[in-house]
Write a protein that binds this ligand. Structure first.
Ligand SMILES: [Zn+2]
Length: 323
C-alpha cells in the first residue's frame, strides 16, 4: 500500500516554465516553486534550474533533500520511460537523447523517473483531479500544442515505448495545414493555441477583427489568450475562431469516444481556460458525431489541477511504483 508519510519531489518541465513540488504520498503539496525554464540557455543550465527549483520547494516545505524517497520528472517529448531518456522535443531545442533520469540522479542523489508530461498529467487528473473515481479516462491538453494521456482500467496506458496518447497528431483534415510532426491536417495544426493565434493574426491583418488589430498594436503578436479577451469584449471574429477550433476538437473527441468508450474526458492546458468558448462547440460536435452507445454517459470536464497535474501525476507514479 502507498505510504502517505513518505515524501516525494516532482518537477514538470515545460518549454517556458518549470514547476516543482514536494508532496507526501497522499498528494498533499508541502512546498512548490515555479520559474522560467530558459531552455535556450542549454541543457546544463536547465538542469541547474531544475535543481534550484526543487531546493526552493524543499525550503518552503521545511524538508531536506535526503528525506525524499524519489524524484519524478514530467518532460515534453516521446520519453523512453524505461531508460529515462528524452529523445528530442520541439520545446527543448538542442536536446537529443538526453539521459535525464541518470543526469538528475547524479546531480541530486535521488532515484529519478521520467514520463511524458501529458501522460503524467493524465495520471495526476485521474488520481487527484477531475477523473477521480473513474476507471476509463482520457486526458487532452490544448495549449501551444495538443497532447494527451489514456487511462484504461485505472492504469496509464503508455504503449510499447511510452509514446501513447498523442491525441494532437490524429488527422482531422487530410488536406489540412502542415503540422510540426511532419504530417498535415493534425488536430494540433487546427485547434492548438498556436493554430488559433495564427488565425487571429489573419483576422487582424485582414481587418476582420478591429479589436485584435488594436490589441496587437498595444501588446505585440496575437495569442490565443488575447483572442479570448477579444471574444469576451464582443469580437465576433475571435469567437468564431474558437468555435472553429472547438469544432475540430469535437471531431477528434468523437473519434476517441468511439475508440475508447471512456467515462470521462478531462480537458486541460492553457487554451482550455477559454472554457465554454472552446468546449461548447467541442461538446456539440462530439455529441453529433460519436456513436450512441459509447457516447452515453461520457463527461467532458475541465482539468482540476491546472499546471500541478504533471507533477502530481509523477508523485502518483513514484508512490505506486514502490508498492
Ligand atoms: Zn501532427
Amino acid at each position: 500500500m502507498a505510504d502517505s508519510s513518505r515524501l516525494y519531489g516532482a518537477i514538470d518541465l515545460g518549454g517556458t516554465k518549470l514547476r516543482s513540488i514536494v508532496a507526501d504520498g497522499s498528494g498533499r503539496v508541502l512546498g512548490d516553486d515555479i520559474r522560467r525554464s530558459r531552455t535556450e540557455e542549454g541543457l546544463e543550465a536547465v538542469l541547474d534550474r531544475m535543481a534550484e527549483s526543487l531546493d526552493a520547494s524543499l525550503a518552503k516545505a521545511g524538508v531536506e533533500r535526503r528525506s525524499l524517497t524519489g524524484l519524478g520528472i514530467a518532460s515534453p517529448g516521446a520519453v523512453d520511460v524505461v531508460r529515462g531518456i528524452v529523445p528530442s522535443a520541439p520545446q527543448l531545442p538542442d536536446w537529443q537523447d538526453v539521459p535525464l533520469a541518470r543526469l538528475l540522479e547524479e546531480r541530486l542523489g535521488l532515484p529519478t523517473r521520467v514520463e511524458n508530461d501529458a501522460n503524467a498529467a493524465a495520471l495526476g487528473e485521474h488520481r487527484f483531479g477531475a477523473g477521480r473515481g473513474s476507471r476509463h479516462m482520457l486526458y487532452i491538453t490544448v495549449s501551444t500544442g495538443v497532447g494527451g494521456g489514456i487511462i484504461i482500467d485505472g492504469e496509464l496506458y503508455s504503449g510499447k515505448g511510452g509514446a501513447a496518447g498523442e491525441f494532437g497528431h490524429v488527422t482531422i483534415d487530410v488536406n489540412g495545414p502542415p503540422c510540426g510532426c511532419g504530417a498535415n491536417g493534425c488536430l494540433e495544426a487546427l485547434a492548438s493555441g498556436t493554430a488559433i493565434a495564427k488565425r487571429g493574426e489573419e483576422l487582424a491583418d485582414s481587418g476582420e477583427s478591429e479589436i485584435l488589430a488594436r490589441l496587437r498594436l498595444e501588446e505585440g503578436r496575437v495569442t490565443a489568450e488575447m483572442m479570448e479577451r477579444a471574444a469576451k469584449m464582443g469580437d465576433a471574429a475571435s469567437r468564431e475562431a474558437f468555435r472553429e477550433a472547438g469544432h475540430y476538437l469535437g471531431v477528434a473527441l468523437a473519434g476517441f469516444v468511439n475508440v475508447f468508450d471512456p467515462e470521462v474526458i478531462v480537458v486541460g492546458g492553457g487554451v482550455a481556460r477559454a472554457g465554454d468558448l472552446l468546449l461548447d462547440p467541442a461538446r456539440a460536435t462530439m455529441e453529433s458525431r460519436a456513436m450512441a452507445q459509447p457516447l452515453k454517459g461520457v463527461r467532458l470536464a475541465l482539468s482540476e489541477l491546472g499546471d500541478f497535474g504533471g507533477a502530481l501525476g509523477m508523485l502518483a507514479r513514484l508512490r505506486e511504483t514502490e508498492d
